[in-house]
Structures are given as structure tokens and as C-alpha cells.
Design a protein around this ligand. Sequence first.
Ligand code: 13P
Length: 257
Amino acid sequence: MRKPLVVGNWKMHGELASARALALAVRHAEGHCVGVEIAVCPPFVHLGGVLEVLSGSEVASGAQSVCEFEGGAYTGEISAQMLRDLGVRYVIVGHSERRALFGESDAHVLAKLRQVQAVGLTPILCVGETLQERQADDTEKVLARQLEGVLDAPDAAALLADLVLAYEPVWAIGTGETATPQQAQAVHAFIRARVAGAGPLRAAALRVLYGGSVKPDNAPQLFAMPDIDGGLIGGAALKAADFIAICVAARARLGLA
Ligand code: 13P
């Protein structure tokens, strides 16, 4: 049984006070979400304050990115070890905004993933196609390319040992457009099948999250799909009530909601 996971990606929103208040609201609701793993990913500079608020709770923290290098003269960067020292559990790598706006290639993403795993944190690797790629019927080709760095690596088994995948169709991010549950399920099944080629046992245990305009009203249908193990939530994660409703919806995967 894969434990459902719901992750809030707060992106570059909020201030310290609002970040702490949001974290506190999520913390207060964790009793309604028993059986679901929850994580929040504030901006780097708010991680310390959020971790303080979440101290002693089951709600985990994540970072939204990380440097691809271990350490050194990389002005403005944050290393995986620094995140580990803070008490972070997850690190998002390869978010489409990083790929599109900050020039991160598949090779950068793989280097980041390795840094995260090297310090014992869990990467959440994002993959997803643009609207143009979907319309050209290239979705599977794009996803296969985004996954091949991990799946074709000589140490693929080790890379897969502690990894979460997130399918985030770029056309559904922040647009209010959501993949239908059937569209998302088809892609999730494709992803799991690809992973099975590199590690069949690992594929069965791997959590694949869906991200892209998940809201309280569409979460139940998405989470009812067999290969959707939770969500990576953007806009709705900034509203405590919405995020909590989505976490509660994930309990349906346990037969509880
Ligand atoms: P939205 O939920 O706002 O579409 O964002 C999804 C996302 O990018 C999460 O990482």
C-alpha cells in the first residue's frame, strides 16, 4: 500500500508571518488527515520559521529547489546539506518553472537529484509536457526523455530507492485547467510502467503525485485513480482550508474519506 502524499508548493508567495500562520493551520488539521503524509514547501528564507512551527508535528517540510553542486563558491545557491541541517525532508527538483524560466536541463535536474539523495533527503522529481507537446501527441516521448536520466543511469536502482515522482502537465499549472482524472491516470500508468522497466518492485512502491490546478472539488476524482498517489499543490496550497480539504480527500485512497 503506497501511503498517500500531499505536498504544498508555496512558490514565491507570502511573507514570514503568513508562512508561519499557514503552517500552523496545516499543523492544527493534521488530526483530520491521519494516514496521509503531508509536506509544505515554503520559500527558502521561510523554511526556518515554518520548521519551528511544525516542530513535533508529522507535517514535513520541503524545499522548492537546491543547488546541483555539493558546496563551494556558488553565490546565491543553497546546498542539499544546508537543507538537511535545517530539518527539511523533501526537495522538489525539475519543477517546470525552473526548467522553463531558469534554464534547468535534464542534466541539471539529475545532478540536483543526486545531491538531494546524497544527504539522505527525498527528491520529488517533476515531469510534464507543455500544451504544444501534448497537442503534437508527444506527451509520452517528453516524459520518457525527462525520466531517462534516472532510469538509464547505471545506478538506477539506487536512484529509485528513495524518490517521489510528480506528473505536472505544464498546461495545467496555475491555469485552472486540470488534466481529467482519466488523462492523468493514463500518464501515471505510463510513468509507472517505465519505472518498472528499471525496477519492477520499486515501481509498485513508487509514489507518483499529480500536480496542476488541483482543488478541493477535483481532488476526490483525481485521487480515486489507481496510480495517483497524492498531489503536488500550488495555488490551493496557499489557502489553508483548501489545502486541508485536499489532504482529507487523499484519505479516500485508504478507504477513509
Ligand atoms: P497549481 O496547483 O497552482 O496549478 O500549481 C501546481 C504546481 O506547480 C505545483 O508544483
